[in-house]
Design a protein around this ligand. Structure first.
Ligand SMILES: [Zn+2]
Ligand SMILES: [Zn+2]
Length: 204
């Protein structure tokens, strides 16, 4: 777990902290913590108020409430949606991994990174390193469902109970993007690794 993830964990427990307190906890300079906090704020995880650092409660944020999925146009209701960063600049969120993969297909030749969340622990994971259960009977959002796990073992356990196939990122991506029967209207919500899908395809 990196420092930013640990900061989020501290906030989930304590609700409120400060840059000074975090710098004591981690034994690093306030400037280092400030940089983490700025990034977390830009990524939409936290907010700052009168010197305090707080979790960004998305339910209370009207601006974020009206966000809709760029693929299926469904309102994004998940607290931590699938998030793609294109060329280190543009950040786009989708309702779920299914739509996230369809969005990736628009940026196959671009450097991207993506964050998803383990279905059980809700810990952030790099989408590239996650394992996915595709097409299980559990359909939290869009169908066929794509459910992410940090460990292959957890994904396999899940698929024993709910069906579907355990796949790596690129296999799950190819399955969703090449599935021509997808009805978009039936669509109903770390360590970042930079990757390019066209290059992954060549390797696989
Ligand atoms: Zn969607
Ligand atoms: Zn969806």
């Amino acid at each position: 777990m990196n420092r930013k993830e640990k900061i989020l964990e501290i906030l989930r427990e304590k609700k409120e902290t400060s840059v000074k307190e975090l710098s004591n906890i981690f034994g690093v300079s306030e400037m280092t913590i400030y940089r983490d906090v700025r990034e977390l704020e830009q990524e939409g995880y936290i907010k700052r108020k009168h010197g305090a650092v707080l979790l960004n409660d998305r339910d209370e944020s009207e601006a974020l409430m009206v966000d809709t999925c760029p693929i299926c146009e469904k309102p994004i209701t998940r607290a931590y949606p699938y998030r793609i960063t294109v060329e280190d600049a543009k950040v786009i969120e989708t309702c779920c991994e299914h739509c996230g993969f369809l969005l990736h297909s628009r940026y196959e030749d671009k450097k991207v990174s993506a964050i998803t969340y383990d279905f059980i622990t809700e810990n952030p994971i790099s989408a590239l390193n996650a394992w996915y259960v595709v097409g299980s009977s559990a359909v939290p959002c869009c169908s066929p469902s794509v459910i992410p796990f940090a460990s292959k073992e957890d994904a396999e356990k899940f698929s024993k109970g709910f069906g579907g196939q355990v796949m790596s990122f690129i296999d799950a991506y190819n399955t969703i993007v090449n599935n021509m029967n997808i009805n978009l209207k039936s669509c109903c919500h770390p360590q970042e690794t930079v990757f390019r899908i066209d290059q992954l395809k060549k390797k696989s």
